[in-house]
Ligand binder design. Structure first.
Ligand code: XMP
Length: 509
């Protein structure tokens, strides 16, 4: 395994993903990780990440210097390089201006980390400080026009440093450089696959759970579905899933989940039909945050009630992913944690005193999808677009009524139908319809109409933190609008949302 020390860079998760794309397991840990724990992890190499701090600032993050005595390779990236230089007796200086963006990289020694890399290539820079003097035994291995020490190494001790970011796509040879570090320098082997992960995870779940019962809230989304199938493989009938039908799901969704999990996977599934309860409580409510809170609270209530019906449950399983874990303990807090808090609809039923089982806590989304395939789940299941916990309630602007739900569901079916037919479903992060509380005048046949406006939202994104509106072909948009206006009673106008995130969000509420 490779240990990545998190100095707070926005690119940290990317470093981990790149390492894992090379089929090497890695773990991100905060700088204050104890030295004992580092030794216990027995990493084959350490990567020191970038970060926003300046090494000579008071309180800048530092990791135990004894990592340099472990006789294992260390790669410092950006701040990580500066930390390494400072720790080993070099000097870091403030550059006159911040360097940000592409730079031409001139490689002096095409070996080690640069083995097989073209001598002239580009790299992505983002730094304020730079290296003034190298520690003893180090040499410069690459430069850019404005940064003399763009890369340095101590080949005997196997210490390497890059001032630029090899993990971002803007450094075209970055993947090769990281590969060189992993395989040529650290001697890692490609053992990280979803097959090996599944085998180990099953073992670990069995050890933790013993003969206890586990409960899992199944939403039908990718994460909870993969968690369910994995747990089922490990403990079979000891797993009890609860699916809460909150009345604001898409057309046919509840039936699909029941069919797949009960009939296909033979998983214990309790189905809580609570649509009426949710809709009653949402009556007359138009304010988005109140809608979210009502749905969140009601969900917990229904879930707990169902859970109590299962005798002797000791564990609560959740499909938490690695990014949530990293973000929730990030040294710098990061805005991400805050943005997401309102998304975790259910939260934890704390009163129930259950121990947590989070079998996906080390995985990224793309890995969860691969794992799902490994476990025999269909493409259709593992490639589902995300769907928010509060469901269609936050896609009906204003009050949620049965009638408006009906309109939105029908439009949504047509939209998804066309998106799939155009082979765009997987390429879009999300595509959905939003029903507006605004009417407009139209004409149908010879009749004047005065009906609802429906907005189409489709975005591309890697992680939902940022998103761009999708450039859907005009013909397709035309076809979608035509069909919706013709086939859905109550809509006489369709508009397309061309806002990106930020400053807009993906969902409208
Ligand atoms: P926003 O609208 O904040 O959404 O740009 C980012 C991503 O999160 C999804 N989302 C939610 N997911 N519960 C969820 O499980 C929620 O309350 C929730 N709100 C938004 C949204 O669909 C997008 O993928």
């Amino acid at each position: 395994m490779i240990l990545i020390i998190d100095f707070g860079s926005q690119y940290n998760q990317l470093i981990a993903r790149r390492v894992r794309e090379h089929h090497v397991y890695c773990q991100i840990e905060p700088p204050d990780i104890g030295f004992d724990r580092i030794e216990a992890l027995r990493p084959e190499g350490i990567i020191l990440s970038g970060g926003p701090a300046s090494i000579y600032e008071k309180g800048s993050p530092r990791v135990d210097r004894r990592i340099f005595d472990l006789n294992i390779p260390v790669l410092g990236i950006c701040y990580g390089l500066q930390f390494m230089m400072d720790a080993l007796g070099g000097e870091v200086i403030r550059s006159e201006r911040r360097e940000y963006g592409f730079a031409e990289l001139r490689i002096r020694t095409p070996e080690g980390i640069f083995s097989g890399v073209r001598r002239d290539t580009r790299c992505w820079m983002s730094h304020g400080d730079m290296i003034g003097r190298l520690p003893k035994g180090f040499r410069v291995t690459a430069s850019t026009p404005s940064t003399n020490v763009a890369a340095a190494e101590h080949p005997v001790r196997r210490f390497y440093g890059l001032q630029f970011h090899p993990e971002v796509v803007h450094t075209p040879e970055g993947k090769r450089m990281l590969g060189n570090f992993l395989f040529r320098i650290c001697g890692c082997r490609k053992t990280w696959t979803m097959k090996s992960f599944a085998r180990d995870a099953v073992q670990e779940i069995r050890e933790k759970v013993g003969d206890g019962k586990v409960i899992l809230g199944l939403s039908g989304g990718v994460d909870s579905s993969v968690a369910a199938v994995l747990l089922h493989q490990a403990i079979g009938r000891q797993l009890h899933c609860v699916f809460v039908d909150n009345g604001v799901l898409r057309e046919g969704e509840a039936r699909k989940v029941r069919d797949v999990f009960r009939k296909h996977f033979h998983i214990n599934l309790r189905y809580a039909r609570a649509g009426k309860l949710f809709l009653d409580r949402l009556k007359g409510v138009g304010e988005p945050e109140r809608k979210r809170k009502i749905i969140g609270r009601t969900f917990i209530e229904v879930f707990e009630k169902e859970a109590r019906r299962i005798q002797g449950v000791r564990f609560l399983a959740q499909g938490t992913l690695y990014p949530d874990i990293i973000e929730s303990r990030s040294a710098f807090g990061g805005p991400s944690a805050v943005i997401k808090s309102h998304h975790n609809v259910g939260g934890l039923p704390k009163k129930m005193h259950l121990s947590l089982v989070e079998p996906l806590r080390h995985l990224f989304k793309d890995e969860v999808r691969l794992l799902g395939r490994e476990l025999g789940m269909s493409d259709e299941l593992v490639w589902r677009q995300p769907f928010p916990g509060p469901g269609l309630a936050i896609r009906i602007i204003g009050e949620v009524t049965a009638k408006r739900l009906g309109i939105l569901r029908k439009a949504d079916v047509i939209l998804m139908d066309e998106i799939r037919a155009a082979n765009l479903y997987r390429r879009l992060w999300q595509s959905f319809a939003v029903l507006l509380p605004v009417k407009s005048v139209g004409i149908m046949g010879d009749q004047r109409t005065y009906e609802n406006i429906l907005a189409i939202r489709a975005v591309t994104s890697d992680d939902a933190m940022t998103a761009d509106w999708a450039r859907i072909p005009h013909d397709l948009l035309g076809r979608i609008a035509n069909r919706i206006i013709n086939e859905v009673r109550g809509v006489n106008r369709v508009v397309y949302d061309i806002s990106s995130k930020p400053p807009s969000t993906i969902e409208w509420e």
